[in-house]
Design a protein around this ligand. Structure first.
Ligand SMILES: CCCCCCCCCCCCCCC(=O)SCCNC(=O)CCNC(=O)[C@H](O)C(C)(C)COP(=O)(O)OP(=O)(O)OC[C@H]1O[C@@H](n2cnc3c(N)ncnc32)[C@H](O)[C@@H]1OP(=O)(O)O
Ligand SMILES: CCCCCCCC/C=C\CCCCCCCC(=O)OC[C@@H](O)COP(=O)(O)O
Length: 443
């Protein structure tokens, strides 16, 4: 029996230095039910390199390797991995195309006229192992993505078309689409580091939001409202997230956190991922100073509020100063520790930003010691510009406390300088020795 599935028609724009693949879901992918995947290329494809050339891809799923009911994705994967992507890359090389795979393609069985005859397909064998994935494969995400999108579009088209006629066919196709999603994600995760980057980032935010949904009632049950003790709940909820993102922490200097009473922790700030390291070492009765915008971060914002986080308006120094003066009093009254990011913003430039003065005023006002904590550079696993988010190790170095007893506002500048210099050399030291995700050392 000949089964017809909607399919794709690909156009390869060869007029630009990096060819892009355009596609539409208007073509037909015809399954013959009796042969291996077949490809077909129109004759004009081979001559008009400057034009948008239609490349019709014919294939079938169902009878590949004798399995009529093989899941479409397997056939699709087969198609992408071993034929389509390879062939399209082949197009960009001086060698002739290699849309060969199935010379027996039964073009005459195809529906519609937009798909050219099989006889026109160039039958070039470049001698490479068909199963070998090209080196540029993983960097070709957009093409991959378009291919996969084409599959979705065509499957959706089928759903729409068939649903008006047969409800049974419609629901089975819809099931096909649903079943395609998880392996599709796996395929993209396996093939594209850019996709991994966005996926991990979105996952991180979404997961934290979900955890916060859980944290809100737990905090309310624990303390009945806003309380620094809620940080214990938040800490235990967040601690596993590092595993989900493939991150490891190596902490040194635990003994320096054994200090009794209130203190001010200062640390460098590279990304929102710092929250994971922060929760790794967060002492009891410790909360943070954060920008006020964070309170609007949905469930995370509410959780931050419940955890007693002190929100400051960075744009209004006078407001921020009075909030911090108030915080110094609360520190002493309620025996609270405060974590401040003295850089005042996220920074991933491979060095520390000059410190703001608030944390040092705070410590002096409360006559509380400062405990610096340094996070090693994330550049061995996380590069925002390059869209890289691999697995990696983060070193956390807890430095000895710096006493502020007897200090006044006059001493703030020198206290800041001393802290900055200590943290900067610790940052360079821990970042230098941190293992790369590929096993080498970061320099
Ligand atoms: C289940 C899932 C739930 C997940 C929950 C996750 C929870 C974790 C949350 C983690 C939160 C992390 C948040 C991180 C951030 O938001 S970082 C950004 C916010 N933080 C900061 O900005 C802190 C650092 N900034 C400062 O300290 C600044 O000094 C500030 C107070 C903001 C003022 O800013 P600015 O004017 O730009 O800075 P200056 O340092 O130049 O100060 C100007 C003059 O003011 C004097 N000053 C500053 N502070 C004080 C003070 N406290 N008391 C008195 N005077 C002060 C300072 O000396 C300057 O004057 P002079 O130049 O010395 O005359
Ligand atoms: C309505 C919903 C809006 C959703 C917003 C997403 C909220 C983020 C959710 C989960 C992330 C988990 C931890 C959040 C804590 C991040 C704190 C942070 O890193 O803030 C950045 C701030 O230090 C400096 O900001 P800038 O670098 O100056 O900018």
């Amino acid at each position: 029996m000949m089964v017809q599935e909607p399919g794709w028609e690909f156009g390869l724009d060869t007029g630009v230095s990096t060819p892009t693949l355009a596609m539409s879901a208007t073509g037909s992918l015809v399954t013959t039910g009796s042969q291996d995947l077949g490809f077909n290329v129109s004759s004009e494809t081979r001559c008009s390199r400057q034009d948008r050339v239609p490349v019709s891809v014919l294939g079938h799923w169902g009878s590949n390797r004798g399995q009529r009911d093989e899941h479409p994705l397997l056939a699709l994967q087969h198609l992408y991995q071993h034929h389509l992507v390879w062939s399209i890359q082949g197009w960009t090389r001086p060698a002739p195309l290699s849309f060969q795979r199935n010379q027996q393609c039964e073009a005459q069985q195809m529906r519609g006229t937009s798909i050219p005859a099989a006889a026109a397909a160039p039958q070039h064998d470049d001698g490479d192992d068909d199963d070998a994935i090209p080196a540029t494969f993983s960097r070709d995400v957009p093409r991959w993505f378009l291919c996969l999108l084409a599959h979705f579009l065509s499957a959706t088209n089928t759903t729409t078309t068939t649903s008006s006629t047969t409800t049974g066919t419609s629901s089975s196709t819809r099931m096909d689409v649903l079943w395609t999603i998880p392996p599709l994600l796996l395929l993209l995760l396996w093939s594209s580091s850019t996709f991994v980057f966005y996926f991990k980032k979105c996952f991180y935010v979404a997961w934290m939001m979900c955890l916060a949904v859980l944290a809100i009632p737990l905090c309310l049950l624990k303390s009945g409202g806003r309380d620094v003790e809620n940080m214990r709940v938040i800490r235990s909820l967040v601690r596993h997230v590092k595993h989900l993102l493939g991150l490891r922490f190596e902490v040194s200097g635990w003994e320096h956190l054994q200090t009794k009473g209130p203190y001010v922790i200062i640390s460098n700030h590279q990304s929102s991922l710092d929250v994971l390291g922060l929760m790794e070492v967060l002492p009891d009765r410790c909360t943070m100073i954060a920008k006020k915008e964070l309170i609007y971060a949905g469930t995370v914002g509410i959780t931050c509020w419940l955890g007693g986080i002190v929100f400051i308006n960075r744009k209004k120094t006078s407001d921020a100063k009075s909030v911090m003066a108030e915080a110094a009093k609360t520190m002493l009254d309620d025996q609270i520790r405060l974590w401040v990011f003295p850089e005042g913003t996220r920074n991933q430039r491979g060095d520390l930003l000059p410190f703001k003065k608030g944390a040092f005023h705070l410590a002096v006002a409360a006559q509380a010691p400062i405990i610096p904590i340094v996070f090693s550079s994330y550049s061995n696993f996380y590069l925002r510009k390059e869209k890289q988010f691999n697995s990696g190790t983060i070193r956390l170095k807890i430095l000895p406390k710096i006493d502020t007893k007897g200090m006044t506002t006059e001493d703030v500048a020198s206290l800041l300088d001393k802290s900055f210099n200590l943290m900067r050399s610790a940052f360079l030291e821990v970042s230098d020795s941190v293992p790369q995700s590929n096993g080498t050392r970061c320099h």
